[in-house]
Design a protein around this ligand. Structure first.
Ligand SMILES: [Zn+2]
Length: 90
């Protein structure tokens, strides 16, 4: 898939970022299948994990930890009724 056809390289502008690192950003899925359903997207177009550089893979693991911690807090708030049950409205 070319960069021009890639849905992740052509996301609409204005999406709220959950987190951002040097090589990745995270956003909520627009069709969440569960509370907290999120995506971590490479800023550089690549077809799969194996095309990432070693530095990008390390950065990916770091942002996964950041997003997991944010989602843990969000799910905890959800279970305590602090957030709306429809994750797309938060
Ligand atoms: Zn892409």
């Amino acid at each position: 898939m070319s960069k021009d056809e890639c849905p992740f390289c052509n996301l609409e502008t204005g999406r709220k970022l959950i987190a951002e690192s040097n090589y990745f950003f995270s956003i909520k899925d627009i069709f969440p299948v569960t509370v907290g359903h999120s995506l971590i997207v490479s800023k550089r177009h690549c077809s799969n994990y194996f095309e990432l550089t070693k530095e990008e893979k390390i950065d990916l693991l770091n942002i996964v930890d950041v997003v997991c911690e944010l989602l843990r807090n969000e799910i905890k708030a959800y279970s305590h009724g602090e957030l709306h049950p429809n994750p797309s409205t938060n």
